[in-house]
Design a protein around this ligand. Structure first.
Ligand code: PEP
Length: 249
């Protein structure tokens, strides 16, 4: 069975709540499609007004992060129950910016992934290599390690519903997109790794996105690759161009 595409925007630390409402009202008609799941991952404070603004449309509102504990003395963090209480169904886990600036590790990613599943939230699990790692030829080994740790103690049934975002760090926010061949090669290696951990059925079901300077121009070729099931989009998700990315065909 063909996998349904999933195209997600990562707003990062952009858009005040009132700007978020304005942007959703602008994008709503542009991202309308029945062919893909469309997710806007927005800053925590934007989630409630974004949900309100997206009502009646095909836009799903997701979070950009979540903590792995249930509740308690974790000043500044957002719990999974806070997200599900307002209807959030997707959360980005382990974005490279969180790994770089907020000390996230493969281990905390794994804890967050397990917690997201416990609460019925679909994690969009990010992985990706640095430019040095690519130049040293260790990309596939590195990504396999990230995937193996992220999925520790995750069941096959849970893994089938997960989303993995392959985001080469050197391509994020740089305007430098991985070639179609580079993106497909790593996404295929991720699927093979999932097959090794679980089985063929899980590998066939899991959705793998490419992320890193995706644009309206690069999306059609990238998303046509056999192992690329959509994209995680940063900069272009804040512009009307996101409509073209969602309706890339
Ligand atoms: C991202 O933040 O996940 C991302 C891919 O950003 P950009 O599209 O701007 O490179």
């Amino acid at each position: 069975m063909a996998r349904r595409k999933i195209i997600a925007g990562n707003w990062k630390m952009n858009m005040t709540p009132s700007e978020a409402v304005e942007l959703i009202n602008t994008l709503k008609p542009l991202v309308a499609t029945e062919d893909a799941d469309v997710v806007f991952c927005v800053p925590a404070i934007d989630i409630i007004p974004a949900m309100e603004a997206a009502k009646g449309s095909n836009i799903n509102i997701g979070a950009e992060n979540m903590y792995f504990e249930e509740k308690g003395a974790y000043t500044g963090e957002i719990s999974p129950a806070m997200l599900t209480d307002v209807g959030v169904k997707y959360v980005i886990i382990g974005h490279s910016e969180r790994r770089e600036y907020f000390a996230e590790t493969d281990e905390t990613v794994n804890k967050k992934v397990l917690k997201a599943f416990e609460h019925g939230i679909t994690p969009i699990i990010c992985c990706g290599e640095s430019l040095t790692q690519r130049e040293q030829g260790v990309t596939i080994d590195w990504i396999r390690q990230q995937i193996k740790i992220a999925f520790l103690n995750v069941t096959a049934d849970q893994a089938k519903t997960a989303v993995i975002a392959y985001e080469p760090i050197w391509a994020i926010g740089t305007g430098k997109v991985a070639t179609t061949e580079q993106a497909q090669e790593v996404c295929a290696a991720i699927r093979a790794c999932i097959k090794e951990i679980y089985d063929e059925a899980t590998a066939e079901a899991i959705r793998i996105q490419y992320g890193g300077s995706v644009s309206a121009a690069s999306a059609p070729e990238l998303f046509a690759q056999p192992d690329i099931d959509g994209g995680l989009v940063g900069g272009a998700a804040l512009k009307p161009d996101f409509g073209k990315i969602v309706n890339y065909k």
